[in-house]
Design a protein around this ligand. Structure first.
Ligand SMILES: [Zn+2]
Length: 376
């Protein structure tokens, strides 16, 4: 349950935030002529004059909000439709008419965000239906989900997230073509709403677009650090590591640019180069450590030593050590494709060992580039 201090933090009576005309204060919406002309942005008495929103300023509204200089005159019952709506708490707070009447209540949201909230509250059936099609306004849906979360409108938040997922999944695949800014907003939303499915979709799409060079890794790292998405940061560094490998021939002590093309901070570059060394070490140790005997082996120990171990040692490991995951998968395919070295077929210990390495590496790639996680 939200407390009154919570509400007070989000809503501020406008008289403390934006000085209004005396006439406005004394007579509610009886403002000066021309004040609501959207083109009239001249200052009055040195103060910015608020203008009404084009769509969400209802004459018979009974509450008034101000976002970035735009007034929204709405109906309280609409804002309170969701049983858990924070607006119910807000309107139940005993306040004088100067605060909770038609004096605008200043909010910290952008006008686009608050307009999106108004849209979902007043939307007609055909507008709602469009959100299931390619005609959906995904940017607005993101605003709706964020605002619904902020103002505790769980029914609207759930619906908006469902529509966003629909847009992000096949066949619509909005994340494959949206702007980087929208990707960042989606990541922020998934983190805010604690939505692992959406976060996974965003991260996967972002990494995919990094791998083609369409988007810059440095920007993705900034987003990953901002939202503390450790696995995503690890995957971005992994992409950078592959780029290092492709640019090795261009790097030299006399190179004018060096690593500057990556656009990383000193700390990020250190993480990248440290991880590069650790990955190279990991790749070298694969053969040196050999193949352990385990219960996964389908032959006896002596046959394991004479058949499984040499087979593992003679795997044609890919030379590109920058893409460890690809290398492990290639090795697994190579083992499965070659003639069986034992009467019992392909040694299950080799395939099992490689599967474990692939799984372990996929889940722990961030550990190669970042400080150990503090969470358990
Ligand atoms: Zn074996």
């Amino acid at each position: 349950m939200l407390s009154i201090p919570d509400i007070a933090r989000w809503f501020r009576p406008v008289k403390t935030a934006l000085p209004l005309l005396p006439k406005f204060k004394q007579h509610g919406l009886n403002l000066m002529p021309g004040m609501f002309d959207k083109n009239n942005r001249n200052d009055v008495e040195g103060q910015a004059v608020p203008i009404p929103d084009e769509a969400y300023f209802f004459d018979n509204g009974d509450c008034l909000f101000l976002a970035e200089g735009v007034l929204f005159k709405l109906h309280r019952w609409i804002l309170c439709r969701d049983p858990d709506s924070m607006f119910r708490d807000m309107f139940s707070v005993p306040q004088g008419p100067q605060v909770m009447g038609l004096d605008p209540i200043s909010i910290s949201d952008t006008r686009a965000e608050f307009r999106a909230l108004c849209w979902v509250l007043y939307a007609l059936p055909n507008e709602i239906h469009l959100q299931t099609t390619r005609e959906a306004d995904v940017q607005r849906l993101v605003h709706v989900a964020k605002m619904s979360h902020k103002y505790n409108l769980p029914l609207f938040e759930t619906w908006a997230l469902k529509m966003i997922l629909l847009q992000c999944e096949p066949p619509l695949d909005h994340l494959a073509t949206c702007t980087q800014d929208v990707l960042g907003q989606m990541m922020a939303l998934a983190t805010l709403c604690d939505h692992p499915v959406l976060l996974c979709l965003v991260e996967s799409a972002w990494i995919s677009r990094l791998s083609t060079g369409e988007l810059r890794c440095s920007d993705a790292l900034v987003a990953g650090e901002k939202h503390a998405t450790r696995k995503f940061q690890g995957d971005v560094y992994y992409q950078l590591n592959k780029q290092i490998h492709s640019q090795l021939s261009a790097l030299s002590p006399t190179s004018a640019r060096g690593f500057s093309d990556f656009g990383l901070t000193d700390k990020q570059l250190l993480c990248l180069l440290s991880g590069h060394i650790l990955l190279s070490n990991f790749w070298c140790r694969l053969r040196e450590d050999g193949l352990p005997y385990s219960t996964r082996c389908n032959v006896l120990k002596y046959m394991h030593d004479t058949a499984c171990v040499p087979t593992y040692a003679n795997i044609q490991w890919p030379l590109n050590t920058a893409d460890v995951l690809m290398g492990l998968r290639s090795a697994r395919q190579a083992v499965a494709a070659q003639p069986a070295p034992t009467p019992f077929g392909i040694p299950t210990c080799i395939v099992g060992h490689l599967d474990i390495l692939i799984h372990k590496f996929t889940s722990e790639v961030a550990n190669y580039f970042l400080e150990p996680s503090t969470t358990t």
